[in-house]
Design a protein around this ligand. Structure first.
Ligand code: URA
Length: 467
């Protein structure tokens, strides 16, 4: 294999064959292809795109670079969710234990912060002691006991994605539909799922900002999943403002804990419940269609499984999901998971065990009027610059920094009214946060334009507009 020739072909708009992709990914995995060649190839892909055949070949090679989880013996629907990434998106922290409390097996494998977006692993690791680096055997044991584990890519699972993901983060090659699709789907397909729910973000804070392109991303992933026997559904959700109020690792962990207690901000609760309903419906539909029902082995609910899901079924599932929150079962599941993964379980009752920022400042409205915009990308970048994300792949993150932004687009505010709090490690961080809020929070006299929180539900069968 002559790698410069492959890079050149891609650079000039050609396609690599499935065999070339397989060999290239294999050689990258063993170290025979160095990072600098892969970085050049990623940039060529970013600029030239990939054919369907290439995307499928890259995905298969990435999945085959590692092992696959097999949780069939649990007798449960194995369903996961993945978000394409946003600012303030802490849904996964609430959703994984919630779905497990509803009787699903959820082996959630997530990533770290990428570009201006936060990562589920960084948020979880802000909980003192929490280990996301479980081995495959540890993950299997925890799944049998609790029905939920939240982990990073183990060296055994899609190991090539782990390296590509870190490299894309620092080579400006993140915002690329086939690369995002392969990255997400390689992790998910290696989990041996019976169903997958995707949260595809749209708006200025998403990697793919354009609505038509986010639909294309959703459809690309759905096709890759369905073609490999994994029923896949996507929700297109708003990322033209941060989700919830907290942006920054420990702050988001705290807000997720509030949501597990049913006390999270409205948008976070609505999106989490909608995704949980999709997961439960998908899991049960698929389980009953393919494998018959299975009694939860880990103390989940004993709700019946469904062959077809009509509107009444969905309403019943939503009730069940909300009951799992209000009864405390989802919170209890989270606490068990935190403890099992080495974290301090007291965090559920006492979020002050989370690391705290040294400096906090309240940010007030510079004028009265309507909040026209809270621009998420500016906020996400500021969190990274304040130390809450990475600019080099081996950077350590400061879990304490970030924002709690109470101002929402559409809200009327008075001059000097508190709109946000800035959390930083020093005065320079506070100043940086203040500048970011000056840019991100626009107050004026017009009307705020917002994307619907959940714009559409996309399946292999088509697009259902919701918002
Ligand atoms: N999430 C991932 O896992 N990969 C991406 O490329 C983007 C978001």
């Amino acid at each position: 294999m002559f790698v410069p020739g492959l890079i050149e072909r891609k650079r000039d708009g050609g396609a690599l064959t499935p065999g070339e992709w397989r060999d290239l990914v294999g050689a990258y995995h063993t170290g025979a292809v160095p990072d600098y060649q892969m970085a050049a190839l990623l940039m060529a892909v970013f600029l030239r795109g990939m054919t369907r055949e290439e995307t499928a070949a890259l995905l298969d090679a990435m999945v085959d670079s590692g092992r696959r989880l097999d949780l069939g013996h649990l007798g449960l629907p194995v369903v996961d969710k993945h978000s394409t990434g946003g600012v303030g998106d802490k849904v996964s922290l609430v959703l994984a234990p919630l779905a497990a409390a509803c009787g699903l097996a959820v082996p959630m494998m997530s990533g770290r912060g990428l570009g201006h977006t936060g990562g589920t692993l960084d948020k979880l690791e802000s909980i003192p002691g929490f280990r996301t680096g479980l081995s495959l055997d540890e993950t299997m044991a925890q799944m049998a006991k609790l029905g939920v584990a939240m982990i990073g890519q183990t060296p055994e699972i899609a190991p090539v994605d782990k390296r590509l993901y870190a490299m894309r983060d620092v080579t400006a090659t993140v915002e690329c539909i086939p690369l995002i699709a392969c990255s997400i789907m390689s992790k998910k397909l290696a989990e041996g799922l019976t169903g997958l729910v995707l949260d595809v973000k749209q708006g200025s804070g998403a990697f793919i900002t354009d609505a038509a392109k986010s639909l294309e991303l959703a459809q690309t992933m759905i096709r890759l999943g369905e073609d490999r026997g994994c029923p896949t559904v996507a929700l297109l959700t708003a990322m033209d403002r941060p989700l919830g109020r907290a942006c920054g690792n420990a702050l988001e962990a705290e807000e997720a804990i509030m949501a597990l207690r049913g006390e999270g901000p409205e948008d976070l609760m609505e999106e989490t419940v909608a995704e949980a309903v999709e997961m439960v419906v998908l899991g049960r539909t698929n389980a009953s269609a393919h494998r018959g029902t299975g009694a939860p082995a880990h103390g989940g609910t004993d709700a019946p499984t469904h062959r077809r899901t009509d509107v009444a079924d969905r309403a019943a599932v939503e009730k069940e999901v909300r009951a799992a929150l209000s009864s405390g079962r989802a919170a209890e599941k989270f606490q068990q998971m935190v403890e099992a993964q080495g974290g301090n379980p007291a965090v559920l009752e006492d979020p002050s065990v989370l690391p705290q920022a040294k400096e906090v400042e309240v940010y007030c409205a510079p004028r009265g009027g309507t909040v026209l915009r809270v621009e998420p990308r500016t906020i996400g970048r500021a969190v990274v610059e304040m130390g809450g994300g990475r600019t080099k792949s081996d950077d350590a993150v400061d879990p304490t920094v970030g924002f709690v932004i109470t101002a929402r687009p559409g809200q009327t505010v008075h001059a000097s009214e508190p709109l946000a709090s800035i959390f930083a490690k020093d005065a320079a961080g506070i100043a940086l946060g203040r500048r970011a809020l000056d840019l991100a929070v626009e107050i004026g006299d017009g009307k705020a334009e917002m994307l619907p929180l959940i714009a559409a539900r996309v399946t292999a069968g088509g697009v259902e507009m919701l918002g």
